[in-house]
Write a protein that binds this ligand. Structure first.
Ligand SMILES: *Cc1c(COP(=O)(O)O)cnc(C)c1O
Length: 401
């Protein structure tokens, strides 16, 4: 395992300023770029001209600045910016796996990822094994001669299981396969590369941008892999073309400058609510609580100063209980009844009926996702005590405590 280097210090030391000296890099306003001579254009096409931009779907300065910042945060050699988290996940997987290959994934993943792996990859005849990622034995047993990849989320959606990245990396290395980690829930908190992961993918839509004003993603890994992704002949990212608009990437880059402060506040607030709801005898799932099955593991792999993250869940008896509570909480201004996460306001949704609804009910049961699981993305509330007071009132009025 590599030594932990503070991701924040790395980011803070990254100097990026505009061509006219602006403290923020200029925003690319061009889809295409001029060349002073034709030879240079040809070389750029063949990927040999460093620092030259050809066409914005390939690379553009704004996306390069953001890619450099994300790679710096993740301690990877390189990164590529995509127009969504799903684009990052699908392109990265399709770059690695071809027809006839096999991959192993955590059964609990974001619903869109589950649908892509379960339904869409059939088109390419890529086989997928769904395993309980916390059961390392079942992960290893799923390895086949044609396995190319183990896929997981650092902290899984929505059950908040913590992936043992060092152990998974060890299994992957032993079988000469790769490990890809979706780090959307835990930017700065977990640095998968430092724990042995080969690739990190992101929905930047969530905590990293933190404003819920756009959708974006990133793929982080070795320079050769990122160059291959953007290769003009057979790079998945270049050819499927999910490029992010430069205006959006410049916005996300600026929002990254406050990510460390936001993650600390999200974590602090989530820990407070998790403890207080636990005291009310609610069934609370939060990696920061000692009763969480992977609490110890989380403490071993996290960058402690950022806490246990902003995601928390409570388990109610039924979806109708969850619905009544959510409506009440929205009325009482606890936050918004909405999917997504990483916003300044608390967002809550009933996972089985929303972000995991792509997963059939019987599989949801098999993976332990109950109908009444209510997922919270805890906000940046200044007075979290007041927020808890409001939640408690809602629980009392809906007769759930
Ligand atoms: C939202 C999300 C995605 C998908 O990202 P989009 O930006 O919506 O495409 C993938 N993984 C996780 C864990 C997510 O929460």
């Amino acid at each position: 395992m590599k030594k932990k280097i503070s991701a924040v210090s790395r980011l803070y030391d990254l100097l990026q300023f505009g061509e006219f000296g602006g403290v923020n890099p200029s925003i690319t306003d061009s889809s295409t770029y001029t060349f002073l001579n034709p030879d240079e254009m040809e070389e750029t096409f063949h990927g040999h001209a460093q620092g030259c931009f050809l066409y914005s779907r390939h690379w553009n300065p704004s996306n390069k600045y953001l890619a450099d910042a994300v790679a710096t945060m993740e301690n990877t050699e390189s990164a590529w910016i995509t127009a969504s988290g799903m684009a990052a996940i699908s392109c990265a997987i399709l770059q690695i796996c071809s027809t006839g290959d096999h991959l192993i994934t955590s059964i609990t993943t974001y619903g869109g990822t589950y649908a892509f792996l379960k339904n869409y990859l059939k088109k390419f005849n890529i086989e997928v094994s769904f395993v309980n990622i916390t059961d390392l034995k079942s992960v290893e047993e799923a390895v086949r001669p044609n396995t190319k990849l183990i896929y997981t989320e650092s902290v899984t959606n929505p059950l908040l299981q913590v992936s043992d990245i060092p152990a998974l990396a060890e299994i992957a290395a032993r079988h000469h396969i790769k490990l890809m980690v979706d780090n959307t829930f835990t930017p700065l908190i977990i640095t998968p590369t430092n724990l042995g992961a080969d690739f990190t993918v992101y929905s930047l839509t969530k905590f990293v941008n933190g404003k819920n004003d756009c959708v974006a993603g990133a793929i982080c890994g070795r320079r050769q892999f990122i160059d291959d992704l953007a290769d003009v002949h057979c790079g998945t990212a270049m050819l499927l073309g999910p490029v992010l608009d430069p205006l959006r990437s410049s916005g996300i880059l600026k929002n990254m400058h406050t990510l460390h402060l936001r993650m600390q506040q999200h974590s602090k607030n989530a820990m407070y609510l998790a403890e207080k709801l636990g005291e009310l005898n609610m069934r609370v799932i939060y990696p920061g609580l000692e009763n969480h099955p992977q609490h110890k593991l989380m403490k071993q792999i996290m960058n402690e100063e950022f806490g246990f993250g902003g995601m928390m869940a409570i388990v109610l008896d039924s979806a109708s209980d969850a619905n009544r509570l959510m409506q009440k909480m929205q009325q009482e201004q606890v936050g918004y009844l909405a999917v997504s996460l990483g916003y300044f306001k608390t967002l809550f949704s009933c996972s089985g009926k929303s972000t995991s609804s792509e997963i059939p009910r019987e599989i949801q049961q098999q993976m332990g996702l109950s109908e009444g699981l209510l997922r919270f993305s805890v906000g940046l509330d200044h007075d979290i005590g007041q927020t808890f007071g409001r939640i408690k009132k809602c629980l009392e009025e809906t007769k759930l405590v």
